[in-house]
Ligand binder design. Structure first.
Ligand code: 5GP
Ligand code: MN
Length: 352
């Protein structure tokens, strides 16, 4: 590999390839995990690297932190049936690989493997990643974690077929919003072209990811858009709304059906920041934020205990809804006044 192949993750990536190559050659045990409530990038990265390592001889466990509920919208990913709950994973594997997790907290109970494993490898692209793990393949300029996994697979000498490419394409399409977001670079399209050449059905992948929801989702959407509040004076403009997992259940929907709501709310022209408060069964609020360009929502999320990218970030709030929104308003005001030079043009990073 050339020095520039991995961008900012260069040195760590070369070490990661060495670690993974010798683990596979020795038939060693490798555990791979994405973040809690995994998305297409986390699962696509996990499943592609898991399968690649399996083909090279490693003894692989692919998992994600509890609750072990695979989002219905991602259950079709090739290899999804091989995922095992964290309880079935050995606590002291030879290698542990964390994928798309921006902090140790996002690994839930699996964070223990960072210490428990012989070697830990962290593969991630979040700007808010503080740097953790023994070997770090962390590049905040990578549009998706799957792009880093693609390079690792090349380094390992794993040939890409439609199975691997489907996992990689799902993560790439999801985190770039179908190549619409500012994180899409020429190399992103080059990677997509290479994936398409394996014969994947990209139209079917996109339809499953973006254009498939039960009818009940329309009802949920009407509830959530009906509740939306526009507050133009907060920061560079805020639009926010909320829904709970219980309300999703009432409409026959799984809790992960709350995730796509922000993609509709974010189209609000008058608000730079769109926010959806997702009420969890334990009473906490998982907060999703998106910026149209002027606000660095990663900064807002970090200040409120979470993380993410400049244009897409989130955190968990354990106070009630009014207090959650009050804290958000405060932080948006503070972020805007503390960064007067914020660019008006859409900025680089977005997605998960
Ligand atoms: P989403 O709104 O789709 O759940 O997340 C948007 C981005 O923010 C993703 O990159 C995700 O990893 C990050 N994010 C969401 N919630 C949290 C959180 O509670 N903690 C951290 N560190 N990052 C989060
Ligand atoms: Mn991601």
């Amino acid at each position: 590999m050339t020095a520039g192949t991995f961008g900012e993750a260069g040195g760590g990536a070369r070490t990661a390839v060495k670690v993974l190559r010798s683990a596979a050659a020795a038939g060693a045990t490798v555990v791979l995990s994405g973040h809690v409530q995994p998305d297409a990038d986390a699962l696509g990265s996990t499943l592609a690297l898991a399968e690649g390592l399996r083909r090279q001889g490693a003894h692989v466990y692919a998992t994600f932190p509890g609750p072990f509920t695979l989002p219905e919208s991602l259950g079709w990913l090739p290899g999804a049936a091989t995922l095992v709950p964290s309880a079935e994973v050995p606590p002291h594997p030879d290698v542990f690989v964390s994928l798309d997790a921006s902090s140790t907290g996002r690994l839930g109970e699996l964070a223990a493997l960072l210490e428990g494993a012989g070697t830990s490898v962290v593969v991630d692209h979040h700007a808010s990643n503080p740097g953790f793990g023994g070997v770090r393949v962390i590049d905040p300029h990578a549009p998706a974690t799957v792009t880093l996994v693609a390079r690792l697979l090349d380094g390992l000498g794993v040939e890409w077929d439609a199975q691997l490419a489907t996992c990689l394409y799902a993560g790439l399409a999801a985190d770039t919003g179908s190549f619409r977001f500012g994180n899409t670079a020429p190399a992103t399209h080059e990677l997509a072209a290479r994936l398409l050449r394996t014969g994947i059905d990209h139209a079917a992948i996109s339809q499953r990811l973006f254009d498939t929801a039960p009818f009940g989702w329309l009802r949920l959407l009407s509830l959530v858009t009906g509740r939306a509040q526009l507050e133009p004076a907060v920061g560079a403009g805020l639009v926010w709304t909320w829904a709970t997992t219980a309300e999703a259940r009432d409409r026959g929907l799984a809790g992960d059906q709350l995730e796509a709501l922000v993609d509709v709310v974010r189209s609000t022209q008058e608000a730079d920041v769109a926010c959806v408060l997702k009420g969890q069964d334990d009473g906490s609020w998982a907060v999703s934020m998106r910026s149209r360009g002027a606000t660095d929502v990663a900064r807002v999320a970090i200040a409120l205990g979470g993380g993410g990218h400049r244009a897409a970030a989130g955190y968990t709030s354990r106070v009630d809804r009014d207090a959650t929104v009050a804290a958000l308003r405060r932080e948006l005001g503070a972020t805007l006044t503390s960064s007067p030079a914020a660019p008006a043009a859409p900025a680089a990073g977005l997605a998960h």
